[in-house]
Design a protein around this ligand. Structure first.
Ligand SMILES: [Zn+2]
Length: 332
């Protein structure tokens, strides 16, 4: 496993853009940016260029760098990918939010306290996270034909595996994103639709708006590097690339449950969060799914399910701010 794979490789650092190596070879190095705000940082990247032409896939993870099965599956898949059996090119960036990795910062970049997955495609005139998003978007995402962005439950989240795609309204892009999600094969496939108060600025929203089919694939929980979820993601990437015609082999057929309603419940009070259900459970509209208590043990709020559906993730940490995210319910 730790043996260096025997694929022909050259190593080269990159500045502001990633050049492909010769056909049938691998290149890896550090990506840097000429923006002075980003000068202290570098991003390890690998390009695997197949012997035959084909799609260009950007494979990223670590937008939230405590989502470890995502990062590990990217490292493992990319390292073992044989360019002689690949059609097209995979550009892998296993760790997007580099400054948040060693501090083990959940969700946000510690430099400015912003969640990178709310600011894509970024803003070169913004603060650190927006500048970083802009640089990553221009360099890694915009040049690609397809984006696979690997996530999972962060340090304080329990989660069952699912994929998300953005409903952009561009039917061609959306149908390719759906096909990619089916190819990846996690058990649930969530349609993320623009809605008032809904989240924006995700990789999937920005990529789809730019005409690039994308899924965000989520597996793993609570800051743990778990093998079943890591392998599930490795298999998902492999199958997704087969579905794109980039790898030989039969596309394993999956039939994810398609989720049309994706409801994020936020806490009406700060205090202790006591969920009474587990991830993966089916809930009914109005069913009690937990409560918020204060530090004396009084109940401040009872929480009920907004509609029938499956519990896709739960904030597993009891500490709950006012308006903090408690739970996500997916309805078909
Ligand atoms: Zn994430």
């Amino acid at each position: 496993m730790n043996q260096v794979p025997p694929y022909p490789r050259d190593d080269a650092d990159a500045l502001d853009s990633i050049a492909f190596p010769a056909s049938g070879t691998v290149r890896r190095g550090n990506l840097r940016f000429s923006r002075p705000e980003l000068a202290d940082w570098s991003w390890p990247y690998t390009v695997v260029r197949g012997t035959e032409d084909g799609p260009h896939v950007a494979l990223i993870s670590g937008v939230h760098p405590a989502e470890y099965p995502a990062i590990e599956s990217n490292i493992r898949f990319t390292r073992n990918l044989d360019p002689s059996r690949l059609r097209g090119t995979v550009v892998s960036l296993p760790l997007v939010d580099v400054p948040a990795f060693l501090p083990r910062s959940p969700f946000v970049c510690p430099i400015d306290g912003k969640n990178p997955n709310r600011y894509f495609p970024g803003d070169p005139n913004g603060s650190f996270t927006e500048i970083m998003d802009d640089a990553i978007f221009r360099t890694v995402i915009a040049p690609a034909d397809t984006l696979i962005d690997l996530h999972g439950g962060d340090m304080v989240e329990a989660l069952i595996p699912f994929s998300i795609y953005s409903v952009s309204g561009n039917e061609e892009v959306d149908s390719r994103s759906i096909a990619l999600g089916r190819g990846f094969g996690l058990p649930y496939l969530v349609a993320s639709k623009p809605q008032p108060g809904g989240i924006g600025g995700t990789t999937a929203h920005a990529a789809a708006a730019a005409g690039i089919p994308c899924i965000i694939a989520e597996a793993g929980s609570s800051g743990l590097l778990t093998e079943p979820e890591t392998q599930m993601m490795v298999d998902g990437i492999e199958n997704a690339l087969r579905s794109l015609g980039m790898l030989d082999g039969e596309v394993a057929s999956h039939d994810p449950v398609e989720i049309e309603q994706f409801s994020w419940l936020r806490s009406p009070a700060e205090g202790m969060w006591y969920p009474s259900i587990a991830v993966g459970e089916q809930v009914r509209e109005g069913q009690n799914i937990g409560r918020i208590g204060n530090l004396y043990g009084d109940t401040l709020a009872e929480i009920s399910a907004p509609h029938d559906g499956v519990v896709l993730f739960i904030t597993s940490a009891p500490a709950m701010p006012h308006d903090g995210l408690m739970i996500a319910v997916g309805g078909t």
